[in-house]
Design a protein around this ligand. Structure first.
Ligand SMILES: NC(=O)c1ccc[n+]([C@@H]2O[C@H](COP(=O)([O-])OP(=O)(O)OC[C@H]3O[C@@H](n4cnc5c(N)ncnc54)[C@H](OP(=O)(O)O)[C@@H]3O)[C@@H](O)[C@H]2O)c1
Length: 273
């Protein structure tokens, strides 16, 4: 989902023939030797790893795969990058935090992941910091975009099938549009940013608020949204109740502000089939 928008954003900012997008058919990052060789064959200035096992509930029952892709996969990419002296960019997540702070998370706040996905992504971050001389870690959250399954698509699909939808009301975060995030990452790269940055659209909300806005902006009135607790939802993975990332560092560094999420959502809905 993010990868395709990011390749497009980078191609419009830099020389299009200098940006290469690889999918799992071209590079399976679980394979150490192949990954190192593939990265080395290109001699890139920058390697951006957005590949991940992103099924948060699936990660709970398949921890081995979560760590093989999200942590070891990152290690393999970083080892390849180290052979060419390339900068490494890694996409990480709000789920490295436990949500107990109840105030927006700063880059230097202590991580304490509540689920396997978060732990595997945090290990990925640590590999980047250990292995890359020059790196950028972008933590983001609650993504939706044109090229993948996501919450917006799921709500619209369910709205076509049901009269009422139960949606969690006790988790707060920032829905983030992959187009906006791609522009932000491209800008950070252009400016040579290093270290950790939190990037997301603005204005915290719950999944319940988010679902209501999706239906409202889509003109769907016949479907009711019922607020439920995380406990009632009974998902496999525990999620933080408050996982809002503080994006002030990004704003200070780039002079750019990501718009409030309802504005971005409106754009997405008006351009998606
Ligand atoms: N989605 C979110 O809400 C969210 C929030 C915070 C951070 N992030 C991070 O942002 C990044 C992009 O997320 P996304 O939502 O765009 O993810 P996505 O749509 O699930 O895309 C991840 C891609 O990685 C590929 N992949 C999986 N295993 C691989 C492997 N071993 N080697 C190479 N490629 C592999 C997947 O291929 P298949 O489809 O074939 O498996 C998929 O194309 C990820 O690093 C994710 O952890 C996402």
């Amino acid at each position: 989902m993010l990868g395709r928008d990011l390749v497009e954003a980078l191609r419009s900012l830099f020389r299009a023939d200098e940006v290469f997008g690889w999918d799992i058919d071209e590079i399976d990052i679980q394979e150490e030797n192949n990954t190192i060789a593939k990265v080395e064959s290109l001699q890139p200035g920058i390697v951006i790893n957005v590949a991940a096992y992103t099924d948060v509930d699936g990660c709970e029952s398949n921890g081995e795969k979560a760590f093989a892709v999200n942590a070891e996969g990152m290690r393999h990419v970083a080892l390849g990058a180290a052979r060419c002296g390339s900068k490494v960019v890694y996409l990480s997540t709000d789920y490295i935090f436990d949500g107990k702070k109840e105030k927006p998370y700063l880059e230097e706040d202590l991580p304490n992941p509540l689920n396997v996905y978060g732990r595997s992504k945090l290990r990925g971050e640590q590999y980047v910091q250990e292995l890359a001389k020059d790196s950028l870690i972008v933590r983001t959250e609650w993504l939706y975009g044109k090229h993948g399954n996501n919450f917006v698509a799921s709500i619209l699909r369910q709205a076509g099938e049901k009269r009422a939808l139960s949606v969690v009301n006790d988790q707060i975060g920032l829905p983030t549009y992959t187009i906006d995030l791609s522009k932000a990452i491209s800008l950070l790269i252009e400016q040579g940013a290093r270290g950790i940055f939190h990037v997301a659209n603005s204005d915290p909300c719950s999944w319940y608020d988010y679902a209501q806005m999706i239906l409202k902006l889509s003109g769907i009135k016949r479907v009711e949204v019922i607020p439920i607790s995380s406990k009632e939802a009974g998902r496999q993975a525990t999620r933080p109740s408050y996982s809002v990332l503080d994006t002030q560092k990004f704003r200070r560094e780039t002079g750019m502000d990501l718009r409030p999420w309802p504005e971005a959502l409106k754009d997405y809905l008006s351009t998606s089939p």
